[in-house]
Design a protein around this ligand. Structure first.
Ligand SMILES: C[S@@+](CC[C@H](N)C(=O)[O-])C[C@H]1O[C@@H](n2cnc3c(N)ncnc32)[C@H](O)[C@@H]1O
Length: 204
């Protein structure tokens, strides 16, 4: 079973869509929106483990994720995070947003059909405060420069001091917006993913 749905024991899922159903949904949307997805299949569990490696699970209380797709990273964050923590998902794709609302049942999860660029407004309006971690797989390399800069500005402002922006990408283009804003950026690489991915851990 794919890790994305291997959380049933924690009571997180309302139902368990088959791995085939999930992959079909992802692949169908890749055909419709190739630039928005960037990959024909979801992230591997190897990439997810590396991306989440820096997280201080005992103390983090607010997680944000941009572009969760079918929620395979989200499921792992829910499985590991503190019972009092929250996870807020920003997803632009209609099919994925509906899927996420149906597939997950966890009071700590908020699924939004909103752009990552709205993160500051959303967190402020909901009174959630600043995020400890913002996780992102949205394709910075294919979005317009203005959007890329808006999301980077909003992300930096939405993070708590000491918070981190955990990013995986298939191109290093994102560094153009990370380097001017974040004082320290750690890097990693995961080969067992389609395609192999660069990881950036940007410290606020
Ligand atoms: C590569 S897919 C990521 C899928 C998933 N995170 C995974 O690990 O398999 C990129 C996702 O980002 C979403 N996306 C693109 N631009 C976005 C934006 N500005 N705000 C929120 N989501 C966005 C797309 O709809 C798509 O679901």
């Amino acid at each position: 079973m794919e890790r994305a749905v291997a959380v049933g024991a924690g009571g997180i899922l309302e139902r368990t869509p088959s791995k085939g159903e999930q992959l079909m949904l992802f692949a169908k949307n890749f055909v419709k929106h190739p630039k928005m997805l960037g990959s024909v299949i979801p992230s591997s569990r190897f990439l997810i483990d590396k991306l989440l490696a820096p997280v201080d699970w005992a103390n983090a209380r607010l997680f944000v994720e941009y572009g969760p797709g079918i929620g395979n990273i989200s499921a792992e964050v829910l499985r590991r995070m503190h019972p009092d923590a929250k996870l807020v998902l920003f997803e632009l794709n209609d099919d994925f947003t509906e899927f996420l609302k149906t597939a997950f049942r966890d009071p700590r999860l908020i699924v939004l059909h909103r752009s990552a660029a709205d993160v500051g407004r959303v967190l402020a309006e909901a009174g959630l405060g600043k995020a400890d971690y913002i996780i992102s797989g949205i394709p910075f390399s294919t979005m317009p420069e203005g959007v890329r800069n808006d999301i980077a500005d909003a992300t930096h402002a939405a993070l708590a001091p000491g918070g981190q922006f955990l990013v995986y990408q298939f191109s290093p283009k994102v560094l153009e917006v990370l380097e001017p804003r974040f004082a320290r950026i750690d890097r990693d690489f995961e080969a067992i993913n389609v395609p192999p991915a660069q990881l950036y851990f940007a410290h606020r």
